[in-house]
Design a protein around this ligand. Structure first.
Ligand code: BG6
Length: 487
C-alpha cells in the first residue's frame, strides 16, 4: 500500500449530467432536449461509432417532423429525478464531499421564450442542492451539458449564431445564478466547450443541413464558438456581484503525443494541440485569441473571420477563474495517412502501441493525466480541477448482487496516484470528480451498457429493470481510500 499526500481541502466526488441521469423528460413542465430525441441504436462493434454518425441527419429530420420511433434512453436516464435522495446518500456514504451535476435549461425555460422560469424546475434543483448540503457536499453545476432545448432549435434554426439564443441563454444563466448562488459554489457555463462547438447541430443547436460543406460547417463552429465565449464572459461579468462563487471553464482535454520523434510528427502534434486545446484555454483564461488563430481559421474555412472589438474587450476583461477538464485517454499524432487508429472522444484518433484500450477503444493512460496537469499549470497558472475521469465497461451483477470491478479500482487508483505526483510537481489542482459515481446513460452511444459507476443501476439499454442501486467493489474501495488515502 502506498500513502498519498492530498491536502485536507482537496475535493473528492463524482460528476453527472441532467440528460444522462434525470429522466422525467416530460414531468413538471419540462420540454424535450436534443439528447432526448436521440434513439438507441445497437452497435455491433463498440469502437466504431460511424453508424451513429451516419444516422444523425435522419434522426433530426424525423424528430423535426414529429416522428419518434424506438427507444430514447435519455428520456429515462436512471430516474434520478425521483431517486436523488437515495443516490446522494450513497455518494455521501462513499465519502464524497462534492457532487457535479448539471441543470437542464429545458426544465427551467421549457418553451424557450417563457417570460418567467418554471417554478417546478427551480424547486427540483433547490431540493437536490439542499439534499447535497445536508450530506455535507459542495456542489458544482454545469449550466449547459450537451442538452440544448429542442423547442429552441425549432423556433431559432440558426442556434448559437442567432443573437436571440445568446440572450435567452443569458436569461437562463442569470436566473439560476440568482436562484442558487447562495448554495452552489462552483459553476461551469458549458460542458466540454471544445466538443460542443464542433458538433454544430447537437452542440450549437443549428438546424441540420445535408448540403452544408465541411468548410461551411467549420465556419459555423468558429462563429458559434465565439458566441459561446462571449456568453461565458458575460456570465463571468454578471457573477462578480456574488462574492462566494467561482466560475471555471470545462474542456475535453484532447491529450495527444507525437507518434515518434520524427520532427514532422512532432510539429503535427503541436498544431493539433493548438487547434483542439490551447486556442480555447487561451481565450477563456488569457482572454485573447492566440496569434495562430487567424491561420487556423483560414485553413479550416478558406476565409478570414473577424470579431467585434467590444466583444474582444469583454473576453479580455472577464476570464474564467479556474480550469476544469475531462480526461479519459490519450492518443497519438502522425502525418502518415495510414496511421493505425482507435476510437477517441467522438472521432477516431491515433493508436499508441504502449497503451491498452477499453472495449470502446479509449486508450488508458494515467501518466497522461500528470502530463496534462503540468502542461496546463505551466501555461495558465490558474487552479485546476479534474471534472471527469473514469472507465466505461460492460458489466453485470453477480450472484451477490455486486460487481467485482477490479479494473475500475486499477484505473481510478492509477489516475489518482498521478494527481498526487502532479501535486508534488507543484501543480495547483484542487479537486477530482470521477465520471461517474453511478451508472448512467452514455453521452455518445446512449447505452446503459457502457457503465462507469461505483454504483450499479439495474436498467438495461431499453430501460428494463428495477432501477435499483447496488454498490460495486469499487464503491467500497473508494470509501476506504477516502479514509486512508492509501492505494
Ligand atoms: C464526456 C461527457 O465527454 O464524456 C459526458 O462530458 C460523457 O457527458 C463522458 O458521458 C463519457 O462519454 P460516453 O460517451 O462514454 O458517455
Amino acid at each position: 500500500m502506498k500513502k498519498l499526500n492530498f491536502p485536507k481541502s482537496f475535493l473528492w466526488g463524482g460528476a453527472t449530467s441532467a440528460a444522462q441521469i434525470e429522466g422525467a423528460w416530460n414531468i413538471d413542465g419540462k420540454s424535450l432536449t436534443l439528447p432526448e430525441i436521440q434513439p438507441f441504436i445497437e452497435l455491433k462493434d463498440k469502437s466504431d461509432l460511424s453508424k451513429l454518425h451516419n444516422e444523425r441527419n435522419i434522426i433530426f429530420k424525423n424528430a423535426l417532423e414529429g416522428k419518434f420511433e424506438g427507444h430514447y434512453p435519455k428520456r429515462f436516464g436512471i430516474d434520478f429525478y425521483h431517486r436523488y435522495k437515495e443516490d446522494i446518500a450513497l455518494f455521501k456514504e462513499a465519502g464524497m464531499n462534492i457532487f457535479r451535476m448539471s441543470i437542464s435549461w429545458a426544465r427551467i425555460f421549457p418553451n424557450a421564450f417563457d417570460e418567467k422560469p418554471n417554478l417546478n424546475g427551480l424547486k427540483f434543483y433547490r431540493d437536490v442542492f439542499e439534499e447535497c448540503k445536508k450530506n455535507n457536499m459542495e456542489i458544482m453545476v454545469t449550466m449547459s451539458h450537451f442538452d440544448y432545448p429542442f423547442e429552441l432549435m425549432k423556433s431559432n434554426p440558426k442556434g448559437w449564431l442567432d443573437p436571440k439564443v445568446k440572450e435567452l441563454f443569458l436569461k437562463y444563466a442569470k436566473t439560476i445564478l440568482d436562484e442558487y448562488a447562495d448554495i452552489v459554489k462552483y459553476w461551469l457555463p458549458f460542458n466540454e466547450i471544445n466538443i460542443g462547438a464542433f458538433a454544430v447541430e447537437a452542440g450549437l443547436g443549428i438546424m441540420p443541413d445535408s448540403k452544408r460543406t465541411e468548410a461551411e460547417t467549420k465556419e459555423l463552429s468558429i462563429k458559434g464558438l465565439h458566441n459561446l465565449f462571449v456568453a461565458q464572459a458575460e456570465i463571468v461579468k454578471y457573477a462578480k456581484k456574488f462574492k462566494n462563487i467561482k466560475l471555471g471553464c470545462m474542456m475535453a482535454d484532447m491529450t495527444t503525443y507525437s507518434l515518434d520523434c520524427n520532427p514532422v510528427n512532432v510539429l503535427a502534434n503541436m498544431k493539433r494541440e493548438q487547434i483542439l486545446k490551447f486556442m480555447f484555454y487561451d481565450v477563456m483564461i488569457k482572454g485573447k485569441y492566440p496569434g495562430y488563430f487567424k491561420n487556423i481559421v483560414k485553413t479550416l474555412t478558406n476565409k478570414e473571420i473577424t470579431f467585434d472589438e467590444n466583444e474582444l474587450k469583454l473576453l479580455k476583461e472577464n476570464p474564467l477563474e479556474f480550469i476544469s477538464f475531462s480526461y479519459y485517454m490519450s492518443n497519438t499524432v502522425s502525418t502518415d495517412p495510414n496511421q493505425e487508429k482507435t476510437q477517441g472522444n467522438l472521432t477516431a484518433a491515433g493508436k499508441n502501441p504502449f497503451l491498452k484500450a477499453t472495449d470502446w477503444g479509449w486508450q488508458i493512460d494515467p501518466i497522461g493525466l500528470r502530463y496534462v496537469l503540468n502542461q496546463l499549470w505551466d501555461r495558465y497558472e490558474v487552479p485546476l480541477f479534474i471534472s471527469e475521469n473514469g472507465i466505461g465497461v460492460l458489466e453485470t451483477l453477480n450472484e451477490e448482487n455486486a460487481v467485482n470491478d477490479d479494473y475500475r479500482i486499477d484505473y481510478l487508483s492509477k489516475h489518482i496516484e498521478q494527481i498526487d505526483l502532479a501535486l508534488k510537481d507543484g501543480v495547483d489542482v484542487f479537486g477530482y470528480t470521477m465520471w461517474t459515481p453511478i451508472d448512467l446513460v452514455s453521452a455518445s452511444t446512449c447505452e446503459m451498457a457502457k457503465r462507469y459507476g461505483l454504483i450499479f443501476v439495474d436498467y438495461d439499454d431499453y430501460h428494463n429493470g428495477t432501477g435499483n442501486r447496488y454498490p460495486k467493489k469499487s464503491f467500497n474501495w473508494f470509501k476506504e481510500f477516502i479514509k486512508t488515502k492509501e492505494i
